[in-house]
Design a protein. Structure first.
Length: 312
C-alpha cells in the first residue's frame, strides 16, 4: 500500500504527457481486462472502493454510475467536469496539464461502465492551453487504438472530444454545464430529472469531476480494497472533516489527528487508543448541537452515516 499521494505521486515524471511514458508506468493496462470484466463488475468495484466525487458534493461515484438506466434506447454520455472555477482551486488543472492520459483512461473506464460510446471533457474557457494538451493526448490514444471503433481490441466503441466553455463560474454546476455544452446559455436546470436519466441532449449522462475520474484506473488496477486504504484523502474521513469543521472544532481536531496517525502507518488498534475519547465514545462537545449532531463519528472509525453527504 502506498499510503501517500496517489494522483500526484508520479506527476513530475519527465514526459508523462506522452502516451509512451504513460504506458511504461502501466497506463491503459486496465483496458486489456474489458474482455473479462463486465460493465456491471466495473461499477461494483468502484462502489466497493468507496470513491466519492471530488467535484464538491462527495456523491458515491459507483452509485451515480448505477443510476444510468440500462434499458434506455438513447445514447449515453460520460462528461468530465473540468470547469474548476472555484477561486483558489487548481488541482484539476495541474492533473490535466501533467497527466492527461490518466484522465482519458478514467473516462474510457467510466464510459464502458455506463455503456457509453461518447464522452466530452468540458473545460473552462481559460483552459485553452490545457485543451491543446488533451487534444494531443486524444490523438495519441486514437492512433494507438485505445479510442475509436475497437478500444484496445475489445470490440468496445468509444470516443472523446474536448469542449471549451466561455468562462462562467456557474457552468461548473453540472446541469448548467450540460446546457452550455449543448450550445445554450449556461443556466442550471431543475432537478429531477437528474442527468443520469435526462442529461446531455435529454439522454442518460454521468457528469464526473476530473480528479474523480482519474482515481478510477488506480481502483481497477489495484482493487477496491487498496484504494479504500491508500486514498490519501481518506475520502470518508475527508467528508467527515468538512462536516465537522462546520460545527465543532474539537471533533475536527480529533479526526485530523487520527488521519495523521493513519497516514503515518499506525494500525487501527493503536489509533483507537490515540483518538480522543470524546470521538471514540460518541460524546460531542457542548457546542455541538442542532441537526448536524448526526455528524458525530458513531463507530469511531472515521466514517459518517451516508445520509450526511451531498454537501455541494
Ligand atoms: C455553482 C457550482 C459550481 C460548481 N463547479 C464545479 C466545478 O468547477 N468542477 C466540478 O467538478 N464540480 C463543480 N460543481 C459540482 C457539479 O455540479 C457536480 O456535482 C460534479 O461535477 C459531479 O462530479 P463528481 O460526482 O465527480 O464530484 C459545482 C456545483 C455548483 C453548484
Amino acid at each position: 500500500m502506498s499510503r501517500g499521494p496517489l494522483l500526484f505521486k508520479d506527476i513530475d515524471t519527465p514526459g508523462l504527457r506522452s502516451i509512451d511514458t504513460y504506458r511504461k508506468g502501466g497506463g491503459y493496462e486496465t483496458l486489456a481486462t474489458f474482455g473479462q470484466t463486465s460493465a456491471d463488475q466495473v461499477i461494483e468495484v468502484v462502489k466497493a472502493s468507496g470513491l466519492r466525487g471530488r467535484g464538491g458534493a462527495g456523491f458515491p461515484t459507483g452509485l451515480k454510475w448505477s443510476f444510468v438506466p440500462k434499458a434506455s434506447p438513447k445514447a449515453r454520455y460520460i462528461v468530465c467536469n473540468a470547469d474548476e472555477s472555484e477561486p483558489g482551486t487548481f488541482k484539476d488543472r495541474e492533473l490535466m496539464e501533467k497527466n492527461p492520459h490518466l484522465l482519458l483512461e478514467g473516462m474510457i473506464l467510466a464510459g464502458y461502465a455506463i455503456g457509453s460510446s461518447l464522452g466530452y471533457i468540458y473545460l473552462r474557457g481559460e483552459f485553452e492551453y490545457i485543451q491543446q494538451i488533451i487534444d494531443k493526448a486524444i490523438a495519441e490514444a486514437r492512433a494507438a487504438g485505445l479510442l475509436g471503433e475497437n478500444v484496445a481490441g475489445s470490440g468496445y466503441r468509444f470516443d472523446l472530444h474536448t469542449h471549451l466553455g466561455a468562462g462562467a463560474y456557474i457552468c461548473g454546476e453540472e446541469t448548467a454545464l450540460l446546457s452550455s455544452l449543448e450550445g445554450y446559455r449556461g443556466q442550471p436546470r431543475l432537478k429531477p430529472p437528474f442527468p443520469a436519466v435526462e442529461g446531455l441532449y435529454a439522454s442518460p449522462t454521468v457528469v464526473n469531476n476530473v480528479e474523480t475520474l482519474m482515481n478510477v484506473p488506480y481502483i481497477l488496477r489495484h482493487g477496491a480494497h487498496h484504494f479504500r486504504w491508500d486514498d490519501p484523502l481518506f475520502h470518508d474521513r475527508l467528508s467527515a472533516r468538512i462536516i465537522v469543521v462546520r460545527d465543532c472544532e474539537d471533533q475536527c481536531r480529533a479526526i485530523i489527528q487520527r488521519d495523521e496517525l493513519l497516514l503515518r502507518g499506525q494500525t487501527k488498534r493503536t489509533l483507537s487508543n490515540d483518538v480522543p475519547a470524546m470521538v471514540r465514545n460518541n460524546r460531542g462537545s457542548q457546542n455541538f448541537r442542532g441537526p448536524r449532531r448526526r455528524g458525530i463519528d458513531q463507530n469511531g472509525d472515521g466514517i459518517l452515516p451516508n445520509n450526511l453527504f451531498g454537501l455541494g
